[in-house]
Write a protein that binds this ligand. Structure first.
Ligand code: HEM
Length: 491
């Protein structure tokens, strides 16, 4: 995948963590220098440099000032050892919350194989009927209660993952699985992991959980209990007699369960299923919400896309997957959504598995590697006026799509997002359907004037996604209403 986006220049911000620096007395490969970086504090090293809001902007600036290593994406091909994850916290506490947090090793490989089987691009074609059904539900929700659009979008993305994984049918409000998974995610988000002393002093893993300073252990126990409930839920759903629906693909868990030869295999499978929900719901939903932001902010772009969709459907039906190849401008909008507001501006950090050399610098084993995805999206050579939302940048003069599929938004190398095909299909279908059926607009004040869109983004840690905003969602025509009601009744 990395070579896919070559020769696109990458700024790889390599931050060598304190524990790696503490190995300074070990012999360096050929006595090479560490990569340059900001001066660490005596006690905490560069820890505070990692936790500023919109820290990716700061890293990009440092990269320009040559504080950090500047590299080219092609070079990272040689660095297959950058596949680990920062391990200390995760190994002792939370790694079973998510495949993405697992350290590189046999268990991660098992998880990865499950995702590979369930979510490779061919398998994803078989999920189209489920995605279409869930899209119809979402349109119906948007028609009935448009102000709850955020909730409808989350229900759509969560319902797809759970149906595909475990044959579970999400109910629109207060779904018990969604409640459980969300409380798990909330606990995960709220945990001050970066501040836990165990990151620096692994020996703390042996202290009793009641001691002051052992918050990470109490947290781990809480998470473990919730994870067990989650696994039970998914198991019940995937083994329910109703799970096989004629003409539809068997859910991933039900499909792979007979091949499990031990309790540990079953546990792995259920963990991967839970992980798919955690990794795939909020991410895909956030991209769709950025699409709403873009459509409400740039009505002329929305209109052009609606005209494209209408040309293909004749305004007489909702879009289908077979239309995708005929809607390049809609596709370009989705690429621009992923580029304009990347959800992981610093990707998910990788870690080096061995001592390594990169561009003449010594990278000790265990270093945390942040690809500065945000800097890639702001490369003025590749993307002229990068702050401007402009789908045309992905089209040739004759209206064909260029090769850049913004795959870097989904990560790199062996740890690239395995859900990217499913997610891309879900985002595309929702965008095309919304364009065909609704106008997304800014709210108006009492005198009928549009109010500027006030979008709050969560810009903390390593993610950036829209938190809250308001917009008006109106059906485009009587025909659109009729189509939504008909499809909903049929399903
Ligand atoms: C717009 C939607 C999505 C975005 C932007 C996204 C982005 C990412 C990124 C940046 C990574 C880290 C890759 C790396 O380490 O280099 C990742 C990992 C992952 N994603 Fe996604 N993702 C999305 C949707 C999904 C979906 C729908 C699923 C599952 C159904 C999923 C499952 C995973 C898993 C399991 C990992 C961990 C992979 C590993 O560590 O080996 N993601 N994703």
């Amino acid at each position: 995948m990395i070579s896919d986006i070559a020769p696109f220049a990458l700024i790889l911000s390599i931050l060598v963590c304190l524990w790696a620096l503490s190995s300074a007395n070990k012999p360096h490969i050929g006595k090479l220098p560490y990569p340059p970086g900001p001066t660490p504090s005596f006690i905490w090293g560069n820890r505070n440099d990692l936790s500023a809001p919109r820290v990716w902007v700061r890293y990009a600036k440092w990269a320009n000032e040559q504080h950090l290593v500047l590299a080219d994406l092609q070079q990272e091909d040689n660095h297959s050892q950058f596949v680990g994850r920062c391990s200390r916290v995760t190994r002792t506490t939370v790694e079973s919350v998510a495949t993405s947090l697992r350290v590189y090793g046999p268990e991660w490989r098992k998880h990865r194989r499950i995702f590979q089987q369930g979510f490779k691009s061919d398998s994803c074609l078989e999920y189209r009927p489920v995605q279409t059904k869930k899209m119809h539900d979402m349109l119906y929700g948007l028609l009935r209660t448009p102000d709850d659009f955020k909730s409808h979008v989350y229900t759509y993305t969560g319902a797809i993952v759970l149906s595909v994984m475990a044959g579970y049918n999400v109910v629109p409000n207060n779904d018990p699985y969604v409640k459980l998974a969300e409380s798990l995610l909330e606990a995960f988000r709220a945990a001050p992991m970066a501040k836990w002393k165990i990151n620096m002093f692994p020996i703390l893993r042996y202290i009793p959980s009641w001691l002051p300073g052992a918050g990470f252990k109490r947290y781990a126990n809480l998470i473990k209990g919730q994870l067990a409930q989650q696994r039970e839920f998914l198991f019940k759903s995937a083994t329910a007699p109703s799970v096989e629906v004629e003409g539809e693909r068997t859910p991933v868990v039900a499909d792979l369960l007979p091949g499990c030869s031990s309790d540990s295999d079953v546990r792995m499978l259920l963990e991967a299923a839970g992980s798919a929900y955690t990794a795939g719901t909020g991410t895909t939903a956030s991209s769709i919400l950025v699409f709403f932001v873009a459509m409400a902010s740039f009505p002329e772009i929305q209109k052009k896309a609606q005209e494209e969709v209408d040309r293909v459907t004749g305004g007489q039906r909702l879009p289908e997957y077979d239309d995708r190849a005929h809607l390049p401008y809609t596709e370009a909008i989705i690429r621009e959504v992923l580029r304009w507001r990347p959800l992981f501006p610093l990707g998910l950090p990788h870690a080096s598995m061995e001592d390594d050399v990169y561009s003449g610098y010594y990278i000790p084993k265990g270093s945390i590697i942040y690809p500065n995805v945000w800097a890639m999206t702001r490369d003025p050579v590749k993307y002229k006026d990068p702050e401007i939302f402009n789908p045309d940048r992905f089209l040739t003069e004759t209206g064909e799509l260029i090769d850049d599929e913004v795959t870097y938004a989904f990560g790199f190398g062996r740890r690239i997002c395995p859900g990217r095909h499913l997610s891309s299909a879900s985002i595309w279908l929702s965008a095309a359907a919304i364009l065909s059926a609704f106008d997304v607009e800014r709210k108006k004040d009492e005198s009928g004037c549009y109010i500027p869109l006030d979008v709050k983004y969560v810009d903390k840690g390593i993610t950036s996604h829209p938190l809250s905003f308001q917009c008006t969602i109106l059906p485009r025509s009587e025909k659109a209403v009729q189509l939504i009601l008909e499809r909903h009744a049929e399903d």
